[in-house]
Design a protein around this ligand. Sequence first.
Ligand SMILES: Cc1ncc(COP(=O)(O)O)c(C=O)c1O
Length: 368
Amino acid sequence: MSEKQPLQLQKPKWIYFGGRVRLSEEAVFHVSTEAVVRGLNVFEGLKACWQADGSFGFIAVERHWRRLRRSAKLLHIPFEMSLAEFDDALHSLVQMLYEPERDMWVRATLYVTEGHWGVDTKSDLVLTAFHWPKGLPQPMKTGISTWQRATDASLPYRIKTSTNYQVARLAKIEGRDRGYPEMVLLNQHGRVSETIGSAIAMVRDGTVYTPPAWEGAFESITIDIVEALCADMGIPFVRRPIDRTELSIADEMGIISTLNDITLVHSIDGSAFGEQPILQAIAQRYLRAITGVEPHPSVELSCRPPADRLGPPSRPAAPASPGEAPRQATAAAALAVQAEKPRVSGRVRSTLAKSGYLQGLAALLFGG
Ligand SMILES: Cc1ncc(COP(=O)(O)O)c(C=O)c1O
């Protein structure tokens, strides 16, 4: 168990931007881009953990890449990067930043850097990586927010875009005032959808329940993994609507996501849950799977051996210009690409990079 730290307080030295790893302060947008003016982006949050064999592994890279493509498609944002390029980019950044004692969380954000109201839209993938404690999070208390999940016809929760997190932010502020680090959002029918940034699971009479996507839940990769683990562990798992009062009287409750793993919830609006043997067993099994201690077919890992740190990028980093080939790898990245291909992502196919370029000056938004 470990104490979590606020991601947004970290200012990592390196960032992936304009097709390669650069110093963070070189990553800038023009203030008039749709990325800034409309907060237009889609993103993913990926976790990478130190593995039992000493390698460093990302969880479910292909599934995150596919979901990023789906979000981009729904918002008419071009995203041409292949899975192999995405995977290489992830590893190239963490190899510049990781530390032996901590895992990492990477925010992969596709920002709209050119275009207007959907005309001539161009995008660029930005990766920011943050240190994150190893192991499972501490149990937490939660409350039910007065804010509501948006609907598919207003702001589709299926799209992982920053604007979808404005309500989450309000709920977070509300929760902080009430002493809760995480808040449950109800849907327009008053039923449970999810928390600010995680799926919800409850246990009643030995069965794990979670709301289906159409109840306002984001399509979580981790909840799919939990479903697969439950199947192997002989634990019934059902997706169906959950009433607010049903959650309050559940035997167990957990929040589930890439970032939070399976975090046990010890109370909701002050009402305590008891022992949580089922979710605890699933959480431990999940931890063993993502760290390679006891692999599971539902947990695909893209692992690479630790790279020697070769220091700063091999040439002075400058913002990419329109004519510049966008994939100038750092020395460490180049080394890693040559060294070994991802262990489990053998289906990866490499094609030419087509990530966009960025112009102008303005401060980059970190994390969040
Ligand atoms: C709103 C929301 N719900 C659920 C999740 C969990 O999704 P995943 O398990 O794929 O991390 C996330 C995390 O991305 C999220 O932001």
